[in-house]
Ligand binder design. Structure first.
Ligand code: GTP
Ligand code: MG
Length: 450
């Protein structure tokens, strides 16, 4: 629309074409005016779009899921998506098959490596006080490996190739990630990376930037070279090894060797060896529970949009207002951040932070920095978050998870005070341990609330 001033407009004199204007000059002038008008319309349009977006954003809650590696960020997000983003969940279901298969194969190859070390006479992990209490009374020389075990190892050797193949496929969509400076055990500020650089060691765990990169909308791994026949060949080998895998996992010599090396596979991420009958078959169908339990280390930033009929954190009054006001939906934007040094830029405009702190890790050390106790690392991270001025208006939510693993660990007789002397003589039970962790972590929120 071209602007035409009215006769009383003071600008009319400026806008009036010169009396001696030639037809060519008139055409050029009109083109200039049209261009100027187009630019002006475009600016108006963009202002309108921004206003509309700002109105929509009022209903968007920005949430960050934070926590150390293996704290359960991806699992928490999966639980939300399973419930609130069911269509996408269903589309990705088959894509998880390769991840579960990789989890199984990885457990088996871990066992094979332990057997190799034992047969080569490599010394097992140093025994300590805890381990001494865990050694079975009947554990003796008859738990040594024999020719039968060697035969099992030979028959299961093809699984090493399957592991490499599955990694190649899953990595193809997202480029596997190698540990870097930013994966260190530090608070999230980057300058602390230098402190632990000399202690860093390579992490053996396969990782991808985002699980969405490896699951296409059709529910199959993204890698274009993967044909259904390729996928079937992996399933065939795994199905063919089922009985041997079961024999390996049920073997008492194997269990004894794992105990000697302090490897508790059932408590480790992505453990599926008790489900071999169901999973190691050609027609395996991935269940919801399998997806939630499947372990795929993610080291990138993932952003997801979830729509809630009413927000998960709404109070009843707010809920009623939303139901009346905008059709009852609010959007929850979740980002899972992993590199600690990458957290800071995302703190701007974030409404909620859900911080995951596993309580079962009091006796574990970080893989990326074996100096650091995992529970202490969680406390350091949480403190950094509570102290951040950028988060002064952000709601902080603390999830203490992995209580089931804590219960199992305490039941086995592992003593909290052996790892955290300050725990003192409090009872070695789940509730007191969780209360104690809550107390310590809550202290920081209160301390820095001002
Ligand atoms: N038993 C038990 N396992 C859990 C719980 N929460 C998470 N897990 C498992 O812990 C493992 C690690 O969880 P993830 O969600 O992958 O952890 P993450 O924080 O995303 O880890 P990174 O991707 O390495 O940063 C997975 O195998 C989960 O199934 C829990 O409450 N109990
Ligand atoms: Mg993850």
């Amino acid at each position: 629309m071209v602007f035409t001033p009215g006769p009383s407009d003071p600008f009319i004199e400026f806008m009036r074409p010169p009396p001696d204007e030639t037809p060519a000059q008139a055409t050029a002038r009109m083109k200039r005016e049209l261009d100027a008008q187009r630019r002006s319309d475009a600016i108006d349009e963009s202002i309108k779009r921004e206003r509309d977006q700002a109105k929509k954003d009022k209903n968007v809650i920005k949430v960050l899921l934070l926590g150390q590696s293996e704290s359960g960020k991806s699992t928490t997000l999966k639980n939300f998506r399973m419930r609130y983003s069911r269509d996408d969940w269903e589309k990705e279901r088959n894509g998880w098959r390769a991840v579960v298969q990789l989890n199984i194969v990885r457990s088996i190859t871990t066992i094979l490596s332990v057997m190799e070390s034992e047969l080569n006479g490599d010394s097992s992990a140093q025994s300590d006080e805890e381990e001494a209490t865990l050694v079975q009374p009947d554990e003796s020389n008859d738990t040594r490996f024999t020719e039968r075990h060697q035969l099992l190892m030979i028959r299961l050797a093809p699984l090493r190739g399957v592991e490499a193949e599955l990694k190649r496929r899953l990595g193809a969509g997202s480029e596997p990630v190698h540990p870097t400076l930013h994966m260190s055990a530090t608070p999230f500020e980057a300058e602390n990376d230098a402190v632990v650089s000399n202690l860093r060691r390579a992490s053996p765990e396969f990782a991808v930037r985002s699980w969405r990169d490896v699951l296409d909308p059709e529910g199959r791994p993204l890698h274009t070279e993967n044909t259904p026949a390729d996928l079937d060949s992996v399933s065939d080998i795994i199905a063919g090894c089922k009985d041997d895998m079961k024999a390996l996992w049920d073997d008492r010599c194997v269990r004894a060797a794992l105990r000697r090396r302090k490897l508790r596979l059932p408590d480790s991420a992505g453990f599926f060896l008790n489900d071999l009958d169901r999973i190691a078959s050609r027609d395996y169908v991935v269940s919801d529970n399998d997806i939630v339990r499947a372990r795929l280390r993610t080291v990138g930033i993932q952003e997801h949009r979830l729509r809630f009929r009413h927000g998960p954190f709404d109070n009843p009054k707010e809920k009623a207002r939303k139901l009346a006001g905008n059709g009852g939906y609010s959007t929850w934007e979740a980002a899972v951040l992993l590199f600690r040094a990458a957290w800071l830029p995302f703190f701007d405009n974030v409404n909620v932070i859900i911080f995951l702190s596993p309580v079962s890790v009091f006796d574990q050390r970080l893989e990326e920095d074996p100096r650091v106790n995992r529970l202490e690392d969680s406390i350091i991270l949480w403190t950094s978050i509570c102290q951040s001025k950028l988060l002064a208006k952000t709601q902080l939510i603390l999830f203490l998870n992995k209580c089931d693993l804590l219960r199992r660990k305490l039941k086995r007789g592992v003593q909290v005070k052996a790892f955290l002397p300050s725990y003192g003589n409090r009872p070695n039970d789940v509730i007191p341990v969780v209360k104690c962790a809550t107390f310590i972590l809550a202290c920081f929120t209160i301390l820095w609330a001002d």
